[in-house]
Write a protein that binds this ligand. Structure first.
Ligand code: C2E
Ligand code: CA
Ligand code: CA
Ligand code: CA
Length: 278
């Protein structure tokens, strides 16, 4: 962003310069982070409500910064989206998740992993082909990787999103609509997009037991998902009451702190080994 100065020169204000410097610095730092293995994935289990089995994991990235410690994704993902670093990060996340699927399989654990794909990665039109190639190269079964995209993508890039989803599905890679309910997508869009799963945003699940309006929205989303043949995952389930209510509404899966927080690999393996559906 440049301003035309008083005498016609374009100039950066000190604040603009600082902002640009910080972004460039962060871009460099992030690039370094990927190459130096400072990123790590944590995995949050998702269970099926009918039998309490763990049916899926969501991979969530963390930046293990040498000075700042474990940096949360909502602090660096938006920046990575601005600088374009998100593509390198997305590539790394998928690579690592696929490797994790392989490591789990060697230990007799076969749980599919969902990875988040950012709207900003969509500027790469060959993204679907790249994801499919990554799965092929890894040698794991195609059904073992899932992709989560946000609803906002549907609204902004309809045609591309459709093509993207079609390609993935033809390759046997399932897709979930993330943060559902926050993006105001119209029902007609939804009917046109071939997604397999729908994730109800945490903001609706949170306090749904005390808020009738939230509860009826959750009801509606579950019915909507099922009527479109999608399985429905409730995010951010923190209490027994919420889980019981969701079960009574035939919600398919739950994810949230009640079951487990996102866990580093070793803890996750330990969790899966000792987990008993009851
Ligand atoms: P998300 O995709 O909606 O991921 C779910 C977030 O909710 C995670 O936050 C998870 O830790 C949190 N969560 C799960 N259960 C509960 C609960 O019961 N209570 C509460 N309060 N929170 C819960 P996290 O790991 O901090 O990730 C935040 C966001 O960062 C993600 O939201 C996603 O949009 C983004 N993100 C994370 N990893 C990646 C990635 O690899 N790629 C991209 N593009 N984005 C990512
Ligand atoms: Ca997600
Ligand atoms: Ca979500
Ligand atoms: Ca979210």
């Amino acid at each position: 962003a440049k301003n035309a100065g008083r005498n016609g020169y374009a100039f950066f204000t000190p604040a603009m310069f600082e902002a640009a410097k910080t972004q460039a610095l962060l871009h460099q730092e992030m690039h370094f982070a990927v190459s130096q293995n400072q990123l790590e994935l944590h995995y949050q289990p998702i269970k099926r409500l009918t039998d309490n089995c763990i049916v899926q994991l969501e991979a969530l990235v963390r930046w293990n910064h040498p000075e700042r410690g474990l940096v949360r994704p909502d602090l660096f993902i938006p920046l990575a989206e601005k600088t374009g670093m998100i593509r390198e990060i997305g590539q790394w996340v998928r690579q690592e998740a696929l490797a994790m699927i392989g490591r789990m399989q060697q230990q007799g654990l076969s749980v599919p992993i969902a990875v988040n794909v950012s709207t900003a990665e969509f500027y790469d039109h060959s993204l679907a082909d790249k994801i499919i190639a990554q799965v092929e190269e890894s040698g794991v079964a195609r059904g073992s990787l899932l992709v989560e995209i946000t609803e906002s993508l549907l609204i902004r890039n309809q045609q591309e999103t459709c093509a993207f989803l079609d390609k993935l599905q033809q390759a046997g890679i399932r897709v979930a609509l993330d943060d559902f309910g926050t993006g105001f997508s119209s029902l007609s869009y939804l009917a046109a997009f071939p997604a397999d799963k729908l994730k109800i945003d945490r903001s609706f699940v949170h306090q749904m037991t005390a808020n009738r309006r939230k509860e009826s929205l959750v009801d509606t989303i579950i019915t909507l998902g099922h009527s479109l043949n999608m399985s429905v995952i409730a995010e951010g389930v923190e209490t027994e009451e919420e889980e019981a209510l969701l079960r009574s509404k035939n919600c398919d899966n739950v994810q949230g702190f009640l079951l487990a927080k996102p866990l580093p690999e070793a803890d996750l393996i330990e969790f899966l080994r000792s987990y008993k559906p009851d």
